[in-house]
Structure formats: C-alpha cells, structure tokens
Design a binder for this molecule. Sequence first.
Ligand code: SF4
Ligand code: SF4
Length: 133
Amino acid sequence: MKIDREKLHSPFVEQVERVSGEVFANCYQCGNCTGGCPVSFAMDYGPSQIIRLLQLGQEQLVATANSMWLCVGCLQCYSRCPKGVSAASILEALRQMTLRKGEDHEDVGGLPFPFLKDAPQQAIISGFRKFVS
Ligand code: SF4
Ligand code: SF4
C-alpha cells in the first residue's frame, strides 16, 4: 500500500469528511465500532477499517469495498464510539457520493419478476432508495 502526502489530503478524502461531517483524525482505532456492528462480518472492511483507510488516503480500497452497501444504519457504531465518531455517517456519505456519480449499486431493470412479486413492497422501495441514484 502506497501512502503519500497527496493521498492523505486528496479531494476524495476531504469530500468524505465534508459530506459526513466527521473528522477522521478523531478516530484512534479502538475497534469498538466494528466490534458492535451486526454486519461487519460480511463487510470487506469493518467500519473502523474504513476509517483507517480514509486516514491513509486509500480511495480505491474504500470506494470499491462493499461496506457502504451493507451498512444498515443501526448507529450501533456511533453509540459505542468513545470519540463520538459516526462511522454510519461516513458510510452514508460514501454511498451518497457514489450514487451522485450515477453509479447505481443495483440494476433495477434486471430484477427478476418472481422476486418483485414476492418481496415486501416496503423492502423494495427502501432498497431502491439505498442502492439506486
Ligand atoms: S450503522 Fe452501519 S456501520 Fe454502524 S454498526 Fe450499524 S451497520 Fe455497522
Ligand atoms: S469506535 Fe470510534 S474511535 Fe474506535 S475505531 Fe470506531 S470510530 Fe474509531
């Protein structure tokens, strides 16, 4: 992993801080957020790891990780953070930034009819809001 000054202060990193309202330097990597996250087991990088990668300016690893799409917004991470850092806000910012680039996470047109017919409507609508720009 290459770390340099430009990456540490890249426009991407600064934008994530601005959109999320969080300061990455406040995180001292205790791991409490990841320890309490109900879906971290399925994430490429848990919440604390995502923050560490952002501290190190690793845009590519952060942007391609599935973590932002798996976060369910339960705020367990925020409630457990001794530094008041909201990993949930950071993951939400990453998701919004990706969708605003027009990069949908799901192909709505490709969803099979049996799935659309059987899935609860509320789940489908909330899924569209989360995964589609
Ligand atoms: S808000 Fe997201 S990152 Fe935080 S604990 Fe819940 S699922 Fe994990
Ligand atoms: S709980 Fe807070 S300080 Fe600890 S790793 Fe997570 S964000 Fe960082």
